[in-house]
Design a binder for this molecule. Structure first.
Ligand code: C2E
Ligand code: MG
Ligand code: MG
Length: 722
């Protein structure tokens, strides 16, 4: 419907109806005026076509009485022009034609005339005739208005309408329905089957059934939803309400369908669903949709008997990329990683049972740098490991982000149904734990879940919380193990070894809690406490028994890194008054080997303070000994593992001998650790090892006991001297 057709002349108030009389004969106009005014009309006259059109536009008459034959513009032309003007669509136009002038009558209709009237006019009835025409034009105008309103409302509500007469298989479709269905203008489906063909093939049957139901006695079929093809591959979603109209004999005479276009609604729903179930960055299913899918798979009896597993993939270094290259680069990396993960599933048939053809390889993004893959129908558990390997290999290739090449690695945790969990939640949690464990153990980056992992994780969490409180509650204590000079068995030093007196678990080994302290960043606090306690204690003993007594303190790698250690020790030397040469720091080989320029400066600074540096557990790290010549250390502590097998094991013996000889040649003090037997001591003595420490002559003991031992030694030395 065109917009101009909606403009209808405003009805005049009261009975003031205006007739425009157009005739070139003055007499005719006069007679018409007299006749019409008598019938209560108001008359406007025009003597030619051009004037008639002006009058029409100025006055908006209710009706036009128009002569056919006029000079210049004839009546037909005037009629046509009125009809094509904005207000002239529906104004009744009566054409005055000669009697029996059939050709003119036809032309008048063609030009859009409402009716014709023969000349000569019957002046007596003219008024009645016009009255009648006007009335019928008014009622058709009202009908038009209400139809216009209806179709307008339908257009706004996206409501279409069809009506079908079953007896004749005749169909009527509203213009809005044709618009919704994308039916080209000019084409009108005339029977029901033609309309049906627009419906999606899978839903046509349902549509036909609904109609059949009504034909066989149903009153209405509510809310049937289907998709329609709108040509050029387009489609729309519609909802249909269908009802039957019956005659007095309850026979179905018509069936009508009201169609609502619900495409917008469906699309919005689809979008909401998409946002709720998919990750916006990668387009992969998100945690929610993955978990729901996994639940379905695990509940599906067809899948329950097959091998199903989940891989939990944890990308390394995404935070580093975000920090150094910016968030967009991090996002790009995630997108690229997602693509590779999806691609790594293409060859899944190699590991899945190809026979079923139901295998799934669903990749999901769970969170920032976490992805999860669902694998179903695996040949066996080893196949899972094969996929995990493929995933890791796929991610190991460098990524190109902007103009940067980025290397990432991935830790993969594997959870196998039902061994590692009966529910989706359990399976995912355990695969996640396995991935975390893979990261911590720094093994090959791939880890099957084991029950002990869960147990260990829980224990670790509790321990971590306890450990944080241990510092405040003062649950740490130091034990001291004597270090002896081999030549005369005199105590020359003490190694401070930390203990944690756990309120429930008793004494906890440093091998358990020191790594945890390192990981959660507590090591600085704990390390500082150890240093201070050990130095104060040593200062006491030095004053009481032996001013040269050396105190050895273990320094963790983490503690060494950064720049806190040197200033802390400088303060400590000042506050405790301990002689710097009596404090020895035990460092591991890895500190020395991994030292960067800052570390080397720190080592030199510590040395400059006058401290002694020893390499602990010597020989367990890298076998290259050449580094010893390049670093400023004072002592080597031969690791227990070399001492354990001597004498007796030729290989160990020669290694121990070599370390002692090498230390001597470099001017380093050599201390043997873990001396438990007299034979071991004899061996050390035979090869001129300078010092030793071990259970044979002294286990680590509390400070008080160590003090007693020093007191006894001092007393003995005193008695020997006197
Ligand atoms: P480490 O520095 O090599 O300490 C020597 C370890 O060997 C001590 O274990 C000691 O009790 C044990 N040991 C000594 N003699 C023998 C022996 O004859 N036979 C056997 N089987 N073992 C012997 P502990 O106290 O359990 O300490 C273990 C490790 O924990 C230490 O190894 C050290 O690396 C670390 N640690 C201990 N205290 C601290 C500390 O205060 N700070 C830091 N960062 N690490 C510490
Ligand atoms: Mg040590
Ligand atoms: Mg050691």
């Amino acid at each position: 419907m065109s917009s101009s057709s909606l403009i209808t002349p405003t009805p005049r108030a009261g009975r003031d109806r205006v007739v425009l009389v157009v005739d070139d004969e003055k007499m005719m106009r006069l007679l018409a005026r007299q006749s019409l005014e008598r019938s209560g009309f108001k008359v406007v006259e025009a003597q030619d076509g051009a004037t008639a059109l002006d009058c029409f536009h100025d006055q908006h008459p209710d009706m036009v009485l128009l002569d056919v034959q006029m000079p210049n513009k004839d009546g037909f032309e005037v009629c046509r022009e009125i009809r094509s003007s904005p207000f002239g669509h529906f104004t009744p136009i009566m054409m005055m034609t000669g009697l029996d002038d059939v050709a003119s009558i036809e032309r008048a209709y063609e030009a859009g005339a409402t009716d014709f009237i023969n000349k000569p006019l019957n002046w007596l009835v003219l008024g009645h005739r016009l009255e009648y025409i006007l009335r019928s034009s008014r009622s058709s105008e009202r009908l038009r208005e209400s139809q216009a309103k209806l179709s307008n409302a339908q257009r706004i509500a996206k409501l279409g309408y069809w009506e079908w007469i079953p007896d004749q298989d005749r169909l009527y479709c509203s213009s809005e329905l044709r618009r919704i269905f994308g039916i080209p203008t000019g084409h009108r489906p005339t029977n029901l089957e033609e309309l049906t063909m627009f419906i999606h093939s899978e839903q046509r049957q349902r549509f036909r059934e609904a109609v059949r139901e009504l034909l066989t006695g149903g009153a209405a079929v509510g809310d049937l939803e289907f998709k329609v093809h709108t040509g050029a591959g387009g489609e729309r979603f519609v909802r249909q309400y269908t009802e039957a109209l019956l005659d007095e004999d309850a026979r179905v005479t018509r069936i009508s369908g009201t169609i609502q276009d619900v495409t917008g609604q469906r699309e919005a729903e689809e979008k909401v669903r998409y946002m709720a179930y998919y990750d916006a960055l990668t387009g992969l299913p998100n945690r929610r949709s993955f978990t729901e899918n996994l639940q379905r798979v695990l509940e599906d009896p067809r899948f329950r008997n097959d091998s199903t597993a989940v891989l939990f993939i944890d990308l390394d270094r995404l935070d580093v990329v975000n920090e150094s290259l910016g968030r967009p680069a991090g996002d790009e990396l995630v997108r690229l990683a997602a693509l590779r993960l999806v691609a790594s599933g293409r060859s899944t048939d190699m590991v899945a049972r190809a026979t079923h053809g139901r295998s799934q390889h669903v990749v999901s993004r769970f969170d920032g740098d976490e992805f999860v893959v669902l694998l179903t129908q695996l040949v066996d558990v080893e196949a899972t490991a094969a996929v995990a390997d493929r995933v890791r290999n796929a991610l190991a290739e460098p990524f190109e982000v902007g103009d940067q090449e980025i290397f990432v690695s991935a830790n993969v945790g594997i959870g196998v149904f039902s061994h590692d969990g009966e529910t989706a939640e359990q399976l995912l949690r355990n695969a996640h734990l396995a991935a975390q464990h893979a990261k911590e153990t720094a093994g090959d980056g791939c880890q099957f879940y084991t029950h002990s992992l869960n147990e260990a994780a829980r224990e670790r969490l509790t321990l971590e919380a306890d450990l944080r409180r241990a510092v405040e509650r003062g649950e740490f204590e130091l034990h001291y193990q004597p270090q002896f000079r081999v030549a005369d068995d005199a105590i020359v030093g003490a190694e401070a070894l930390i203990r944690w007196r756990h309120p429930e678990q008793g004494l906890v080994s440093p091998l358990t809690f020191i790594p945890l302290c390192e990981e959660i960043g507590l090591i600085h606090e704990v390390g500082a406490w150890v240093l201070e306690t050990a130095c104060r204690q040593a200062r006491e003993w030095q004053r009481a028994y032996d001013p040269d007594l050396r105190i050895s303190v273990n320094i963790s790698n983490r503690q060494f890194g950064g720049n806190r250690l040197t200033p802390a020790i400088r303060d400590l030397l000042a506050t405790t008054g301990i002689a710097p040469g009596t404090l020895e720091l035990e460092l591991t080989e890895s500190v020395i080997l991994g030292a960067d320029d800052d570390d080397l400066t720190q080592l030199a600074d510590l040395r400059r303070l006058g401290l002694k540096l020893a390499i602990d557990d010597f020989g367990t790290g890298y076998s290259s000994l050449s580094y010893l010549t390049r670093f400023p250390v004072d002592a080597l502590k031969i690791d227990r593992s070399f001492i354990r097998e001597v004498p007796g094991r030729e290989h160990q013996e020669s290694l121990a001998k070599a370390i002692i000889a090498m230390g001597q040649s470099l001017g380093l003090r050599v201390i043997a650790e873990g001396v438990e037997t007299e034979d071991q001591l004899a061996f050390l003595r035979a090869h001129d090892c300078e010092e030793q420490q071990g259970f044979l002559m002294g286990r680590p003991v509390v400070a008080e006991e160590f003090g007693q031992r020093l007191a006894a030694a001092a007393a003995e030395a005193h008695s020997q001297a006197s």
